[in-house]
Write a protein that binds this ligand. Structure first.
Ligand code: GLN
Length: 250
C-alpha cells in the first residue's frame, strides 16, 4: 500500500501550544496499525504538490507568523481549494483555521483569507480582549467529549448552513465567538477548530475520523475497498480525556 502522506504546512510558523503534536498523533496511529505513513514538513518558502497528499495540517500562530503563512497560502489558494473540494482531509487549528475563511483579523486590521470555507473572523466590541480557557465540546466526530485549550483574539462566525466542529458543553470555554456556544467548523473533510491541546492526543476518535476519511477519499479515486481501522489500546489517551472532562466540571 502507498504510504499515508501527511503534509504539515509551515511548522516553522504555525506551531503554537504543541500543535505539531497532532501530526505526530496521526502518524503514530497509522504506524501502530502497521500502515505505512510519511510526514512531509513544508517550511515557509517551500512548495508542495497537494495531489500527492492525504492529510494536510495547519496549526495556529502568533499574528506575525500567521501573516507570513497566509501570504504563502494565498499563493497556494487554487490548489488548496481544489484539494478541499476533492474531499482532501484538512485539519486546521486556531490561526490556521481562521485563514481558511473569507477574512480574518491581524491585530486590528481585517485581512483577506483564502475563502475556502464560508466564514469570517473579526473583532467584537464587547467582551474580553482574548478568549483563553480550557474547553470541552460535544462533536459528531467522537462519542467521547472533545477536550482542548483555546487562546485567540479573533471571533469566528460561520456562514449559513455550515456545521460547527462541536457544541461547547463545559461551563468555561467559548469556541468560535462570545455568543454562539459552538467551536470550529466541518466542511467536506475539513475540520477547523480553536482547540489546541494538542487536540488529537486527548481525542483519539477525532484522529481516527481524519485517517478514516483520508482512506475513503483515496478509495473513491482508486476504487479500492476501504478497510476498517483496527482498534488500538487508547487507555492512556482516554484517561487524559476523562481527567480534563472531570476537572472542567462537565
Ligand atoms: N492570532 C490569532 C488570534 O489571536 C490566532 C492565535 C492562535 O493561533 N492561537 O486570534
Amino acid at each position: 500500500m502507498d504510504a499515508l502522506r501527511i503534509a504539515h504546512l509551515f511548522p516553522d510558523l504555525l506551531n503554537l501550544y504543541g500543535d505539531g503534536g497532532n501530526v505526530k498523533c496521526l502518524a503514530k496511529r497509522a504506524e501502530w496499525r502497521g500502515l505505512p505513513v510519511e510526514v512531509v514538513s513544508v517550511n515557509h518558502g517551500e512548495e508542495i504538490d497537494l495531489a500527492t497528499i492525504d492529510i494536510v495540517f495547519l496549526g495556529g500562530g502568533p499574528d506575525r507568523e500567521q501573516r507570513l503563512a497566509s501570504k504563502q497560502l494565498l499563493r497556494m489558494r487554487d490548489a488548496l481549494k481544489q484539494y478541499v473540494e476533492a474531499d482532501g482531509v484538512l485539519l486546521a487549528i486556531c490561526g490556521g483555521y481562521q485563514i481558511l475563511g473569507n477574512e480574518w483579523l491581524l491585530g486590528d486590521e481585517s485581512v483577506e483569507g483564502l475563502g475556502i470555507v464560508d466564514m469570517v473572523t473579526k473583532r467584537v466590541e464587547a467582551g474580553p480582549d482574548r478568549l483563553i480557557d480550557n474547553i470541552v465540546l460535544r462533536s459528531p466526530l467522537a462519542d467521547r467529549p472533545v477536550v482542548g485549550y483555546e487562546n485567540h483574539a479573533g471571533r469566528t462566525f460561520l456562514g449559513q448552513g455550515l456545521a460547527p466542529f462541536g457544541a461547547v458543553v463545559s461551563p468555561m470555554g467559548h469556541g468560535n465567538n462570545d455568543a454562539d456556544k459552538v467551536d470550529g467548523v466541518r466542511y467536506r473533510n475539513v475540520v477547523g477548530t480553536y482547540l489546541h491541546g494538542p487536540l488529537l492526543g486527548k481525542n483519539p476518535e477525532v484522529a481516527d475520523w481524519l485517517i478514516g476519511r483520508a482512506f475513503e477519499t483515496r478509495a473513491s479515486c482508486t476504487g479500492a475497498p476501504v478497510e476498517p481501522l483496527g482498534a488500538l489500546d487508547d487507555s492512556v489517551e482516554i484517561a487524559a480525556n476523562e481527567y480534563m472532562v472531570k476537572r472542567l466540571g462537565t
